[in-house]
Design a protein around this ligand. Structure first.
Ligand SMILES: *[C@@H]1O[C@H](CO)[C@@H](O)[C@H](O)[C@H]1NC(C)=O
Ligand SMILES: *[C@@H]1O[C@H](CO)[C@@H](O)[C@H](O)[C@H]1NC(C)=O
Ligand SMILES: *[C@@H]1O[C@H](CO)[C@@H](O)[C@H](O)[C@H]1NC(C)=O
Length: 428
């Protein structure tokens, strides 16, 4: 029994775009559903021009920077994020999935986000949305949520008449959103979740919103994971393929069936202020056999400040709080000996000579798990092989274990048992 496999086509437009002949059929087969990387040749949102390696890395770093500002604002408990620079950056919604909403079904390619809860769907008549929208008037299973409903009370505090439509203001990345809370059926694979609650967007401002909406896989009450609990038991896992892979396929598996039997787990931590985020306890970082000397404040989970470590699939390159990053980087540089150093955008530890032999390993230590990264998960090589960078950088307040560092690992989110599992799995 395969369980529910969502095949992930994972592609970063490094050098491989032209040699690919993809199967872009988005129809789900049984319980198997494909998920594409947003830059995949199958994605309508892929970059129009093929970027050079340097341009791709710099673009991903820019997207990460926007996302980090957003994640940091989430953990600080602020409601609104200041709208960023005039040069509007598209926040990277790294993976997209086809979701069917309503009866008859209307299809949208929604971005998956493990650090968000409520689905946000561009609705017909929306001011500022792109052209693909969902039209509630064409769905017989649509209903709006009123101010008197419990879900509305959870979301907004303003007084509104009990029978009026529940509206809300929220942000996503640097976008500001006005939406109405609505119910309709949603189907990802074969199972339909009836009466799914989501934000039907009326107005959108700012540049970072995925064109056909966001599906939140966080752990809060309005996320897909919570609302599909009776079917998938609040459990899912994913395996992201290698950046270098030419197969571009990985899996996202919903529910208990088919999950690994033998896997190490670490406890999930809950920040009551931001219950959607998947916090874990990063207790140390090894470079080679040395546990680097990091002030415990740089790693400590602190629900008041929002500090600590989250596992996020929407950020590409791992971020460590400045003191931790500097300790890791300095030990890494020391072990590399006299090798030549250069920089690339936000990466400050790059080498322009062949370095493979002397590279030390890097291990993230969690209670119950030592995650020793394969070199592909922390070194990024230019297509010509002439430049190699340590693919991590500093963060002001929050450690983020990002998608590159998770590649070729299965990550299991088991909410009923409040734990997160990690094991090596080659899924490229
Ligand atoms: C959302 O913002 C608008 C404009 O600032 C305001 O008029 C409205 O009352 C807000 N709605 C809610 C539910 O907070
Ligand atoms: C949508 O939900 C309604 C119940 O609200 C159900 O009767 C209907 O069959 C569902 N439609 C689909 C396509 O699952
Ligand atoms: C991780 O490594 C440290 C030190 O190298 C060791 O003390 C610890 O027991 C290991 N933890 C697990 C879960 O293997």
């Amino acid at each position: 029994m395969e369980g529910l496999h969502l095949t992930i086509f994972f592609l970063l437009t490094l050098t491989i775009v032209n040699s690919l002949t993809p199967n872009c059929d988005l129809t789900s087969q049984g319980s198997t559903l494909r998920v594409y990387h947003v830059s995949s040749p199958c994605s309508p949102f892929r970059p129009k021009t093929t970027l050079s390696w340097e341009e791709s890395v710099l673009q991903m770093q820019a997207d990460d920077k926007t996302r980090l500002v957003y994640l940091t604002s989430l953990v600080a408990g602020r409601t609104f994020v200041p709208v960023g620079s005039a040069r509007q950056i598209i926040q990277s919604p790294t993976y997209i999935v086809k979701a069917n909403i309503g009866t008859p079904a209307q299809s949208l390619l929604m971005a998956l986000d493990t650090s968000a809860d409520m689905a946000l769907v561009p609705c017909a008549g929306c001011v500022g949305c792109s052209s693909s929208t969902y039209n509630p008037a064409k769905s017989i299973s649509f209903s709006s949520v009123t101010c008197g409903a419990d879900q509305c009370k959870q979301l907004q505090s303003s007084n509104c008449p009990v029978t009026a439509t529940c509206s809300l203001n929220t942000t996503y990345g640097s976008s500001i959103i006005a939406a109405n809370l609505a119910h309709d059926n949603i189907t990802l694979a074969t199972d339909s979740i009836t009466g799914y609650s989501f934000g039907c967007i009326r107005q959108l401002a700012g540049g970072s919103f995925p064109p056909q909406g966001v599906l939140g896989l966080g752990r809060g009450p309005l996320s897909f994971i919570s609302q599909s609990k009776s079917i998938y038991s609040s459990m899912f896992s994913y395996c992201l393929p290698s950046f270098k892979s030419s197969a571009f396929s990985g899996t996202l598996r919903l529910g208990q069936i088919g999950q690994p039997q033998i896997i190490n787990y670490t406890p999930l931590l809950v920040n009551p202020k931001r219950p959607s985020l998947y916090y874990v306890n990063l207790i140390g970082i090894k470079v080679g056999a040395t546990v680097v000397n990091v002030p415990s404040s740089a790693l400590a989970f602190n629900p008041n400040t929002g500090g600590g470590t989250i596992v996020d699939s929407g950020t590409v390159f791992t971020r460590l709080v400045t003191e931790a990053y500097i300790a890791v980087r300095d030990e890494f540089r020391k072990r590399m000996g006299t090798a030549v150093l250069s920089s690339l955008g936000g990466f400050d530890t790059c080498y322009t000579i062949p370095i493979d032999k002397q590279v030390p390993s890097i291990t993230f230590m969690f209670p119950g798990i030592n995650m020793t990264l394969p070199q592909d998960n922390y070194l990024i090589h230019s297509s010509s092989g002439s430049t190699t960078c340590l693919a991590m950088s500093a963060s002001p307040a929050l450690n983020v274990i990002a998608s590159m560092q998770q590649q070729n690992h299965r990550v299991v989110i088991d909410i009923p048992n409040n734990r997160l599992g990690i094991s090596r799995e080659i899924c490229s």
